[in-house]
Design a protein around this ligand. Structure first.
Ligand SMILES: NC(=O)c1ccc[n+]([C@@H]2O[C@H](COP(=O)([O-])OP(=O)(O)OC[C@H]3O[C@@H](n4cnc5c(N)ncnc54)[C@H](OP(=O)(O)O)[C@@H]3O)[C@@H](O)[C@H]2O)c1
Length: 211
């Protein structure tokens, strides 16, 4: 399938490599596609502007900084119409040392803001509750992680579940939370991340539900 990934940082590159290895045709969206292409180390993917990447595929992944995502994606509204948007971003207010200190959309979530701004796009939140290394390697942790899904369109959530399956996620590790409002709970987990890193060091982690 054609998949576009907007943002080529740690998350974008990890997902691009894993999905290209599974045989998907990946378009990576950059602010500067030439610079992005020259920096790229990995399997063959297309490099494009954010606008061209959004237009290139019916399945699009938002891996932009959460603080920039709403404005950047609203500008791509026409290109994203009728598509599934997998949103993995967390939108925070930063402390002076650059760490997440609060939620950018308290009493809401980035996913809800995106769904409201892009009414013709089916937004699904997932993979935002783990370090990027775990997204495409869920078996790398000693304890089974959970991947939560939030989104208003059940079919779009199923499409994301199928993609997570390709990334190595067993169905029983997926937790479908239903409507997009449920993303405000999973997005709030970002507030624990700097504390986790301070307490445990920079080691892979993921939120999981034991029971
Ligand atoms: N890192 C993690 O472990 C992790 C885990 C869960 C969720 N997330 C979320 O996933 C998203 C991406 O995280 P990341 O760690 O990959 O971030 P990152 O390494 O900072 O990469 C984000 C990419 O987005 C592009 N970008 C940066 N500023 C931008 C702007 N103002 N407008 C448009 N594009 C911009 C850049 O790509 P170009 O230079 O190519 O344009 C950059 O490489 C974030 O929202 C983060 O909260 C991260």
């Amino acid at each position: 399938m054609n998949i576009s990934i907007l943002g080529a940082g740690r998350v974008g590159a990890t997902l691009a490599k894993a999905l290209a290895d599974k045989g998907h045709a990946i378009t990576l969206g950059h602010r500067d596609p030439q610079a992005g292409a020259s920096r790229w180390q990995g399997p063959a993917v297309q490099h494009a502007s954010l606008a061209d990447a959004a237009a290139a595929s019916a399945f699009v992944i938002n891996a932009l900084p959460g603080e920039a995502a709403l404005q950047a994606l609203k500008a791509l509204e026409a290109a994203l119409q009728g598509k599934v948007l997998l949103d993995v971003a967390n939108a925070t207010v930063r402390t002076a040392d650059g760490m997440p200190g609060g939620l950018l959309y308290p009493d809401s979530s980035l996913a809800e803001q995106l769904q409201a701004a892009l009414p013709q796009t089916r937004v699904v939140k997932a993979l935002n509750t783990m370090l990027f290394t775990v997204m495409a390697a869920p078996h790398s942790l000693a304890t089974p992680p959970t991947a939560f899904l939030s989104g208003n369109d059940a079919q779009a959530r199923e499409q994301v579940k199928a993609l997570l399956g390709e990334l190595g996620w067993p169905a029983e590790w997926l937790l479908d939370l239903g409507p997009i409002e449920s993303a405000r709970a999973t997005e709030a987990f970002i507030l624990m991340v700097p504390r986790l890193i301070a307490a445990r060091g920079f080691k892979p982690f993921a939120l999981t539900v034991a029971g």
